[in-house]
Design a binder for this molecule. Structure first.
Ligand code: NI
Ligand code: MN
Length: 227
């Protein structure tokens, strides 16, 4: 599966010839300034929660590409009121069979309010299952025992986990999360963008290595084949 990183928690995965774009936050991200958001493609935009650092560019990209926004009920309603009618609402524990594969909305422990203060429902993560492989995106979350349920039910090709600490899991909890979801190929997200989430990249890679896990830290714009 080809994965492209766009900085912070934004990445795209190529699944069955569709581009799934997660949590687009590009124009407001100093570290992603080399990326021209107008060149970012999407067939689906999956949004974990309503915070601006996860959806600031979603409306513009959806309007330009015609992509379908997939998120929780409250967030898809909010985009609908802004004229974006191509949405698919999910809620926790529920999944849907799309043309590229199956997406399940899973638990995350965090908060979720939209930029104008609207209630954003509860934050989540996604488990994507497809003929090309399966993966888990944690969204912003604490380490949770619920992650064990994902490991028990789905064999993952990779897991995209928040690792930056302060607002989400830090490195040690992310290593534990990788154990819980039974996955050794990890894409690191939600780090370095802001001062409180700066990490020591090489030290983080070593910590994962000590647990027989492989942490991938990509530069914005960089792609990788996983699985
Ligand atoms: Ni957040
Ligand atoms: Mn965030």
């Amino acid at each position: 599966m080809k994965v492209t990183y766009y900085g912070h928690s934004c990445f795209a995965a190529q699944v069955a010839n569709k581009t799934l774009l997660f949590d687009p936050f590009i124009t407001g991200n100093e570290l992603a300034k080399a990326i021209d958001v107008k060149t970012v493609h999407a067939d689906y935009i999956l949004i974990s929660h309503g915070h601006a650092d996860h959806m600031a560019d979603a409306a513009d990209i959806a309007k330009r590409t015609g992509a379908t926004i997939v998120s929780n009920y409250e967030i898809t309603e909010w985009f609908g009121k802004q004229g974006l009618q191509k949405t698919h609402p999910l809620n926790h524990g529920g999944g849907w069979q799309f043309d590229f594969g199956h997406v399940k909305f899973v638990n995350a422990i965090h908060s979720s309010s939209l930029p104008d203060g609207t209630y954003g429902g509860n934050p989540g993560g996604f488990v994507v299952e497809s003929a090309d492989g399966n993966f888990y995106y944690s969204g912003d979350t604490a380490l949770t025992m619920d992650m064990k349920l994902i490991g028990e039910s789905t064999r993952l090709t990779f897991a995209a986990l928040c690792i930056g600490d302060n607002f989400t899991m830090g490195i040690n909890d992310a290593v534990k999360a990788a154990e819980f979801v039974r996955c050794r190929e990890i894409l690191g997200l939600h780090y370095n963008t802001f001062p409180p989430i700066k990490i020591d990249g090489p030290a983080a890679i070593e910590k994962f290595k000590a647990a027989q896990q492989h942490l991938h830290l990509l530069l914005p714009g960089e792609s990788l084949n996983l699985g």
